[in-house]
Design a protein around this ligand. Sequence first.
Ligand code: ATP
Ligand code: MG
Length: 362
Amino acid sequence: MRKFGNKIIVKLLGAVAISFLVSLGMMILIILFNVYLQKMNYLTELSIRSSYFMILLQYSAVILTFIAVFFIMARKKILYLKLITESVHDIANGRLGLTIRIESRDELTQLAQNINDMSKELEKKFEHERQLERSKSELISNVSHDLRTPLTSIIGYLDLLKKGQYDSKAQFQEYLETIDSKSQRLKYLIDELFEYTHLSSPNVKLTCKEADLSGLLEQIIGEYIPIFEKEQLSVQKSITEDNVPVLMDIEKMVRVYDNLFMNAIKYSMKPSELFISLEIIGDKAILRVSNKVENFEVNNINKLFERFFRGDQARTGQQGSGLGLAISKRIVELHNGKIHAEYREGWMSFIVEHPIDYGLWD
Ligand SMILES: Nc1ncnc2c1ncn2[C@@H]1O[C@H](COP(=O)(O)OP(=O)(O)OP(=O)(O)O)[C@@H](O)[C@H]1O
Ligand SMILES: [Mg+2]
């Protein structure tokens, strides 16, 4: 019943009925007035022309009453329709996200609601496109800057060799080695960049397999221990659980662990300790890698996961690309996991949450 009452046709019919009743009332008044005039013998004195004119006047008054009452009653709807038309015009002219106020529950309001939804959706899409465009151009400018540096020195050293501007065979060899190491760096940057853009594409596919996370980590850490020791990092490992079933693209996740351990080697204070632990909390397996750092200064620690972000000390070292953690984040998220960093009293920790799949080994 309520729904029926909200239909615009019902409202219009109601307005017609009320207008009709009011004009009927008006007609009755006019008839009564005519009867009164007749009683007073006033009408007989009028010429035929004048009486036709009076009838015309009275009919017009009735019709005008009908129109006026109908207009007053439908005015709100007409104004609302005008508002909708103007808003659609504004949206079409670029005011995306504009919304029309919602008044009642009839079809016009439904139309306004649909237009509002469309406008918000368009705004969201447009903003997303703009964001993509911005990050693409940012990526291009960062990449060109990072690729240009090694390429410039390769060109410079090759030029020296071409012009024979070296004093000895040893210097010749030294230049060649610089060219070699700069070319390796260029290749590394290009490979990382390729990996990042590949992982960022929306249709990237993982090749997931069942795996035991604790066994996998034990194995990787075992391989790293000689390197940690050589770098004066003494490892404190705590992997308590034996079988931790996870579904993962092992090759990709190993990249994440490699980057975490390599970062610990590159950016840790030496000599010092390195803590690695795997803990089970609920249905999550939590890997924590903590190392000691000196003068760590980043206002927002999440910045570390932005691509091309490199700390001051890392930038002077020229070893990495600043893409490692951005790639890791993407890989972990593709596995429905999470990665974040924490800094507390000189200790930097990277925490990776993996969803455990207990159903795997039932
Ligand atoms: N364990 C850590 N301790 C202290 N700082 C770190 C650590 N891991 C990363 N960082 C900081 O975060 C920055 C980003 O790390 P990320 O792994 O993304 O890049 P990278 O190591 O510089 O280069 P890439 O991994 O591509 O070779 C580093 O440059 C460093 O400043
Ligand atoms: Mg790294």
